[in-house]
Write a protein that binds this ligand. Sequence first.
Ligand code: MG
Ligand code: MG
Length: 272
Amino acid sequence: MIIVKTKEEIELMRKSALVVSKTLGMLAKEIKPGVTTQQLDKIAEEFIRDQGAVPGFLGLYDCPSTLLCSVNEAVVHGLPTNIPLEEGDIVSVDCGALMNGFYGDHAYTFEIGEVAPETKKLIEITKESLYVGIREFKINNRVGDVGFAIQKHCEDHGYGVVRELVGHGLGRKMHEDPEMPNYGKRGRGKKFIEGMVVAIEPMINMGTHRVKQLKDGWTIVTLDGKPSVHFEHDVALVDGKPEILSTFAYVHEALGIESNAENEFRQEALVL
Ligand code: MG
Ligand code: MG
């Protein structure tokens, strides 16, 4: 059952999403060669609590950490480790926060120093596919329209779209209906309705779409060992159109990236 949110609830969800956005922005300045994902996890937890929120993942499904940090061939659900990040690595950082009874949940793939051009391209196309998918999250469209758009954009570049893990509805629970696959057929699946909020999160592999889980019971890696990228935004359906509640603006500011990709999905200009 899809749980729609009132405008007031959507404003609370925006606050939860922005806690995560600011956390990712803070982490952007810390992510560099030599840093471990356990160190990142510790400072992220402190930062979230300092904002009056609590980590959204910690303890959920017995998750032992605040962040899920997936390095190189890891797709998602990577547990923080004491292995230092190295020049040329990529790390997908997924973060949740709970405040006022509502969850925020979003993710960004960071480059450590100079990464290979083909990896840069995978990051660029996956990031594009996030917005291509968000554009389809509008009134009278269906779950399959978002999935189709993301899948087409990525497969046109020869990339593999992960099947086993999907986006989801978001609210007082981290995972609500509907599931939001990054693949699908136009016009299929549940119909979008005003006031619903979803996490749209393409997980895109350079090679095969196939994945496996490591023995730690968490980390999902590509079957061929090639890199994977993950971006995630929280999006509400407001006045028939997609409105992004989270933002990469803090990350972009930290990294000196110019982007107006979110602008078309925001009714009011964002003030950092
Ligand atoms: Mg997430
Ligand atoms: Mg999610």
